[in-house]
Design a protein around this ligand. Structure first.
Ligand SMILES: *[C@@H]1O[C@H](CO)[C@@H](O)[C@H](O)[C@H]1NC(C)=O
Ligand SMILES: *[C@@H]1O[C@H](CO)[C@@H](O)[C@H](O)[C@H]1NC(C)=O
Length: 364
């Protein structure tokens, strides 16, 4: 009786001690968004948007699929490494309990977008407002562990990554000819609408505690293997989707600047993933890639048709490909992108790069 009580007290003390060292050590890390940053939430959902079968994960340390849309690590994994932390677990993982909560959590879900109607064909996915509700639930759980004040400190000091927007084009506006949204909006008006809805999401994220947020733009949507296969002419990037990305990204940067001015603080940092990816597209050899057009895993032209499955073509050396599947970068490309996030110039990171952010103490 007495010894088991002592054991309980001892373990409570240990959890508190670890909580202290975590709160004062590495920053927590929270991830929101779509398949570019999902590290396995969709494994727990009844949806077709999933990456939990081989050959996904073929280069992951376990050599097994994890739900990441990559042959190995994805962008959040490499950011965690920069923070000196383990990868964050998917929020729906049953293993995300106790002190593991203090590392952070990944709320992302493949298929989602800025708009609630994006990705409806995937049925059961965690839309962005639901991801934000889960973040609030997370904070209640952590409060029960370390108290409300320390939880607030952990959240305010944390790094946050949010990746949205690509699916609002690929899996909504351009999903089918004459889609509902394309009949409702001309492209420039649709982009303005997306930006105004994104602003609401980011304000909500700030309201619930985020103070250092990396916001990625869309990649060069028209140059992914899927679009080269379906829309591109003779290996040229799809003009329509390139136009979408080139309208969206500058307006996103402008909106982030406006938000920072309204908040009186550099809360939001724009990540120019379009330029990072265009660098691969324009000069793949400079990055050690043999191609930035053909996906490593897939079938049809550019390996850009259909899904990456065990029956697909699979390249022997994944590091030679900028694209792992028809839409998602390879582990090697993810690693290069995170290097730019860390130390890129203003052209890539606006207003500052991650090493600068981490060197500052984030205000409340
Ligand atoms: C999307 O859904 C959330 C609630 O889930 C709602 O608050 C929000 O207004 C919706 N957005 C639009 C544009 O309808
Ligand atoms: C980005 O990070 C590096 C440190 O890695 C720093 O020296 C450099 O000045 C930064 N660049 C910009 C443009 O902020």
């Amino acid at each position: 009786m007495a010894s088991s009580l002592a054991l309980i007290i001892l373990s409570v003390v240990m959890v508190m001690a670890m909580a202290t060292s975590k709160a004062e050590g590495a920053r927590a890390f929270f991830v929101f968004g779509d398949s570019l940053v999902d590290n396995g939430n969709n494994n727990y959902l009844a949806t077709t948007a999933r990456a939990d079968a081989p050959p996904y994960g073929i280069d992951y340390p376990t050599r097994r699929p994890t739900g990441r849309f990559s042959n190995g690590y994805n962008i959040p994994d490499f950011i965690s490494q920069e923070l000196g932390s383990e990868s964050t677990l998917p929020y729906l993982s049953p293993e995300l309990t106790g002190r593991r909560l203090l590392i952070g959590a990944n709320f992302a879900s493949a298929g989602i977008g800025i708009l609630n109607d994006t990705g409806i064909q995937f049925v059961n996915i965690i839309r962005i407002y639901r991801q934000l509700e889960y973040f609030e639930e997370y904070q209640r759980r952590v409060s029960a562990l370390i108290g409300a004040a320390r939880t607030k400190q952990l959240v305010n000091r944390a790094l946050v990554l949010i990746t949205l927007g690509g699916n609002d084009f690929v899996n909504n506006y351009y999903l089918v000819p004459y889609s509902v949204r394309s009949r409702q909006f001309a492209l420039p008006d649709y982009v303005r609408y997306l930006i105004s809805e994104y602003k609401k999401i980011l304000l909500r994220l700030h309201d619930i505690g985020a103070r250092a947020v990396l916001v990625t733009g869309t990649g060069p949507l028209g140059c992914v293997p899927a679009e080269l296969a379906q829309r591109g002419r003779n290996g040229q990037c799809s003009v329509e989707l390139q136009r979408a990305a080139s309208l969206f990204n500058p307006q996103l940067v402008q909106m982030l600047g406006q938000l920072n001015r309204e908040l009186g603080s550099q809360v939001f940092t724009g990540v120019n993933t379009q330029q990072m990816h265009l660098d691969f597209v324009n000069n793949p050899q400079a990055f050690g890639f043999v191609t930035s057009k053909v996906a490593c895993c897939g079938q049809g032209p550019y390996n850009g048709i259909g899904l990456c499955t065990i029956a697909s073509n699979l390249c022997p050396n994944r590091d030679e490909y900028a694209f792992w599947d028809a839409f998602h970068p390879s582990e090697k490309a993810n690693k290069l992108i995170v290097q730019q996030i860390m130390s890129g110039t203003n052209e890539y990171m606006n207003p500052m790069n991650l090493s600068t952010i981490l060197a500052m103490d984030s205000p409340n």
